[in-house]
Design a protein around this ligand. Structure first.
Ligand SMILES: Nc1ncnc2c1ncn2[C@@H]1O[C@H](COP(=O)(O)OP(=O)(O)OP(=O)(O)O)[C@@H](O)[C@H]1O
Ligand SMILES: CC(=O)C(=O)O
Ligand SMILES: [K+]
Ligand SMILES: [Mg+2]
Length: 620
């Protein structure tokens, strides 16, 4: 391949980039300016350089590469042959990630970049790699972390800080912000993945068509005081919103409410009593003061129960949601979380829509359990979905608060049985929106979710608009690690009875293999489970057993790798592999050893999609 180097004002054939299995050769003609070597993936890279045609010098270097490119000054009259590899001897190394060589011209002209991504390499994010190297297998975090992105975290550096802090999935909430804003967040996350080797997945959360307030005309909040009278109106104000007036998105609102009803903002953060109805305007007396936030959710209660008049007929996916879904498909998001799901039907409908529209047809659909109907139809909804979210914010506005913890436990359990990832969301560390440390009660709540072995925990306002997003993420991370360690130290293996879920004989074999492999892993105290999986299914079956050791999930597909990032205990790697397990294992051992992620003697159990077997072995 020849590249033109005209940007440097030099006219010679650009270097030949040949990618031969594990070695990358970059020939630099004598006229080439100096060379800079970067690796965006490898934390450290061993490489060697020599001169050509007569190799009167060869140099071998071992360098920490993540942030420091290695700069090489060209020797006068000789070409440089760069052979990059990560094996120690530099003779055709292993484990090479994308390596980039930039020419750095002396006159300050912009460097050009040659990328030589090596298809034989293995991709894993830098944070996991560092964790594995420093603390060994056992200590990697099993519980995954989702962060809602908002004004506090939408910059590239802020997103990077979250990725470094352990964010596995970035959530964008279509209730807030413009599509352009969300697009720019998606682009930044993708760039972060490409440049820094992360596999942060994107989850798009639909607005849904429940009743909520308008956006307060641009104000970030409004304070409602005890005894004040506010007007809730379905009028569309042409210009400025009058003082003390709140718009409501649901046209039937003024007809549905009755004088004497109680109106709850965000499930009770602020309360009003309906005192008078005048056409489209509903006058309400503030009985519990507090802050009104833009687009806050509204529910109304009569005689102690939630009123669901015609609003129960509102579609789960509104016309605006469909446009957002089209946007999500076009942007290639990894997950779509559907708000206020009422039945399995809507999920089936959405899944077939995605299948027909999306390039790869593989956006996972997560049902948000946050309404009375979703609890009523829980099992069939979860069965139809690719995962679920315990959306405690709205759930707590629809059922009495004291029922929320039991609902959470039930949802987590059903998801586990049906092998669907589950996220516990909302108010985990609510006080950290304002304060740098959590309350003891919040820490206990997070612990409980980890103890229930939910797949993932989610930050909402804490990361979207809070003062301490990184600190909140650190709390989730350290509490998760602590509780997980306690599980292992106590050898508290799961007593949960996992029902058979396979729908074919072949699936039954996979299921039996994974259940047995996980059990063997605990009994033999192995260091890691390896799973070679094309579509991720076997990896999720292993995760379902919540074994003591981490699960290294190797997949050929970048999209599958990102999706697996939501599931408990899985460390997803992207790797090209064949149907020959012997070769795959040898290759993986070499690659991981070269990167310092495993060592000789480690005990591993391997299973795969291709060959339905269980292999137990020591790393050679
Ligand atoms: N893209 C955004 N732009 C501005 N503010 C945002 C954005 N995303 C979230 N926020 C702020 O963070 C808060 C918490 O976010 P969260 O996603 O939990 O929303 P929510 O309004 O509580 O709705 P949901 O029930 O869908 O979670 C929001 O109320 C909003 O104030
Ligand atoms: C996350 C969400 O939608 C809720 O808690 O209501
Ligand atoms: K939402
Ligand atoms: Mg909600």
């Amino acid at each position: 391949m020849f590249l033109s180097c005209s940007r440097l004002g030099l006219h010679y054939p650009a270097p030949l980039v040949v990618s031969v299995t594990l070695i990358v050769y970059i020939y630099l003609p004598t006229t080439t300016p100096n060379l800079e070597i970067h690796s965006t993936m490898a934390q450290s890279l061993n490489f060697f350089l020599s001169t050509s045609p007569s190799p009167d010098f060869t140099h071998s270097y071992s360098k920490p590469m993540l942030h420091n490119p290695y700069r090489f000054t060209r020797s006068p009259r000789k070409s440089i042959v760069l052979v990059s590899a990560s094996a120690d001897n530099g003779q055709g190394g292993l484990g090479l990630s994308a390596v980039t060589a930039d020419y750095v011209s002396d006159n300050g002209a912009k460097p050009i970049t040659i990328s030589a991504p090596d298809s034989s390499s293995i991709e894993v994010d830098a944070v996991t790699e560092a964790e594995l190297k420093e603390n060994g297998f056992r200590s990697t975090r099993r519980t995954k972390l989702v962060c809602t992105i908002g004004p506090a975290t939408c910059g590239f550096e802020q997103l990077e800080a979250l990725a470094v802090g352990g964010m596995n999935v970035a959530r964008i909430n279509m209730c807030h912000g413009t599509r352009e804003w969300h697009k720019s967040v998606i682009e930044k996350v993708r760039r972060l993945n490409e440049e820094k080797g992360y596999a942060v997945a994107i989850m798009m959360d639909t607005e849904g068509s429940e009743i909520h307030m308008g956006d307060l005309g641009g104000a970030s909040s409004a304070k409602a005081e005890d005894g004040e009278v506010w007007t809730f109106s379905v009028r569309a104000y042409e210009s400025l919103r009058p003082e003390g007036c709140i718009t409501v998105n649901y046209d039937g609102f003024a007809e549905d409410v009755k004088v004497g009803d109680e109106l709850l903002v965000d499930g009770g953060m602020v309360r009003f009593e309906v005192i008078e109805k005048i056409g489209p305007d509903v006058k309400c007396l503030c009985t519990d003061p507090g802050l009104l936030l833009p687009r806050a959710n509204l529910t109304f209660w009569r005689d102690g129960s939630l009123v669901r008049e015609r609003n129960a007929m509102l579609p789960t996916i509104s016309s605006k949601d469909w446009l957002d879904i089209d946007f999500g498909i076009a942007e290639g998001v990894d997950f779509i979380a559907v708000s206020f799901v009422k039945s399995a039907e809507v999920i089936n409908h959405l899944k077939s829509y995605i299948k027909a529209r999306s390039r790869d047809g593989v956006i996972a659909v997560i049902s948000k359990i946050e309404s009375i109907d979703s609890l009523k139809n829980l099992e069939e909804i979860i069965q139809a979905s690719d995962g679920a979210m315990v959306a405690r914010g709205d759930l707590g506005a629809q059922i009495p608060l004291e029922q929320v913890p039991l609902a959470q436990q039930k949802i987590v359990e059903v998801c586990r049985q049906l092998n669907k990832p589950v996220i516990v969301a909302s108010q985990l560390l609510e006080s950290m929106i304002e304060y740098p440390t959590p309350t003891r009660a919040e820490v206990a709540d997070v612990s409980e979710a980890v103890r229930q072995r939910a797949d993932a925990l989610m930050l909402s306002g804490e990361s979207a608009m809070g003062q301490y997003p990184d600190k909140a993420l650190t709390v989730l991370r350290s509490v998760s690690l602590r509780i997980e360690k306690w599980w292992r130290d106590e050898k508290r293996h799961e007593v949960m009875d996992l029902p058979d879920i396979a729908s074919s004989f072949s699936d039954s074999i996979s299921e039996e293999i994974c259940n047995s492999a996980a059990k063997m892993a605990n009994n033999l105290e192995v260091d890691a489970l390896f799973v070679y999986t094309k579509n991720g299914h076997m990896a999720s079956l292993l995760s379902r057993s919540r074994p003591d050791c981490p699960i290294f999930a190797f997949t050929t597909d970048t999209l599958v790798r990102r999706r697996l990032n939501l599931q408990w205990g899985l460390i997803p790697f992207r790797l090209d592999f064949s149907d020959d397990m012997e070769t795959n294992l040898n290759k993986t051992f070499s690659l991981l050893k070269a990167r310092g992620m495993i060592k000789s003697g480690d005990l591993v159990i391997a299973v795969s999609d291709m060959l339905q077997s269980i292999q137990v072995m020591n790393v050679p």
